[in-house]
Ligand binder design. Structure first.
Ligand code: KG4
Ligand code: ZN
Length: 339
């Protein structure tokens, strides 16, 4: 089975062709960083216009690189939400049009479901597994018990983790999106130099909170101003180190909760853009080792937004007989629990 996947929920126009033998036949991604960086964040209207400009080209290139044609595919999948409504409409309408003209089933995918299932493509893991999803818009622990069987164990009560990285990066004068640049800057700093608070520390659940930490970083930076290059690196390193401590503690709690219901599973997966962060990944590696779990972390290009995860989710949904009618509309808000 071959599925075409289309992703346009935020600032990436992406498409991929993936088959049910776990093989990515081709993938293309167009990132809009240039459009948004001068505004220090994604501008929804500009994002939608850029998706209109690139969506057809990205899909055409994906087919060209794969050597297969429209008649060879078995379904068309596209992100239907959650995300920026203008962009979602572009990808979803394009998918419906291809589906209708080529007479192939159409499948609407929840973007978070894409992030949640991608570890099954990269590492062929079985259900159930614990997933830590850390992206620019979401931060949550999910028990992934089957296709369309996702149980929320905990989430952030304020900012998403990627948002906390981006806001701290901005404070340190790094360009948008700042997560990866902050990680780079942190390499030159002392992670023990500044002690930042760990919100919700010791609370025995697996919810996160990052807004108090963000405020503390801002106040510290104001107190230390003007900041030298070394000060900035120390703030970045200490911030990242605090995040790692928070993630360690909360993941330990989540593993405990997950294990109670799933005694026979020892798979812990992480995905979403922030999962590309090497310090976070190595923190999770050590924890998994201590708790006798196996950590599964897809490569960075499949952790950040991409078309492969949407195509793969399409395969998983089609495998259990799911397809959607053209009435299926784009949804700016679409919690995974509603899938
Ligand atoms: O999953 P993603 O591509 O888009 C969403 O669905 O949100 O995640 C983007 C987020 C951004 O906040 C970005 O700054 C963050 O992931 N990110 C990182 C790193 N690479 C990307 N955060 C920390 N360290 C990184 N290396
Ligand atoms: Zn995402």
């Amino acid at each position: 089975m071959i599925v075409l996947g289309i992703e346009t929920s935020c600032d990436e126009t992406a498409a991929a062709l993936v088959n049910s033998e776990y093989k990515v036949l081709s993938e293309t991604i167009h990132t809009q960083t240039e459009v948004h960086e001068k505004y220090l964040g994604v501008v929804p209207e500009l994002a939608a216009r850029s998706h209109i400009e690139y969506c057809d080209k990205v899909i055409a290139e994906t087919f060209k690189k794969s050597g297969i044609s429209l008649k060879d595919i078995d379904a068309v999948a596209a992100t239907a939400g959650p995300g920026l409504i203008g962009g979602l409409l572009v990808g979803l309408t394009t998918a419906k049009a291809i589906s209708l003209s080529a007479n192939k089933p159409f499948i609407a995918i929840n973007h978070l479901e894409g992030h949640a299932l991608i570890p099954r493509l990269t590492d062929k893991i079985n259900f159930p597994y614990l997933l830590l999803l850390i992206s620019g818009g979401h931060t949550m622990f999910l028990s992934i018990e089957g296709v369309q069987k996702y149980i929320l164990l905990g989430s952030t009560i304020d900012d998403a983790l990627g948002e906390a990285f981006d806001k701290t990066a901005r404070l340190l004068g790094l360009s948008y999106p700042g997560g990866a640049s902050l990680e780079k800057l942190a390499r030159n700093g002392n992670p023990e130099k500044i002690i930042f608070p760990q919100p919700l520390r010791g609370v025995k659940n697996c919810d996160f909170s990052f807004s108090g930490l963000k405020t503390s970083v801002r106040q510290t930076a104001e107190k230390m101003a003007p900041l030298s290059a070394q000060d900035k690196a120390n703030i970045a390193a200490s911030f990242q180190h605090t995040i790692c401590k928070i993630i360690y503690e909360k993941s330990k709690e989540a593993l405990k909760i997950f294990k109670k219901k799933n005694a026979n599973s020892n798979t812990f997966a992480v995905s979403g853009g922030v999962a590309s962060n090497l310090s976070i990944k190595s923190t999770l590696e050590s924890l998994a080792k201590e708790e006798n779990f196996k950590l599964v972390a897809p490569p960075p290009r499949l952790c950040t937004d991409n078309g492969v995860m949407i195509a793969w989710a399409g395969i998983e949904l089609k495998n259990i007989g799911i397809q959607h009618s053209y009435e299926f509309d784009a949804r700016a808000r679409w919690p995974l629990e509603e899938v």
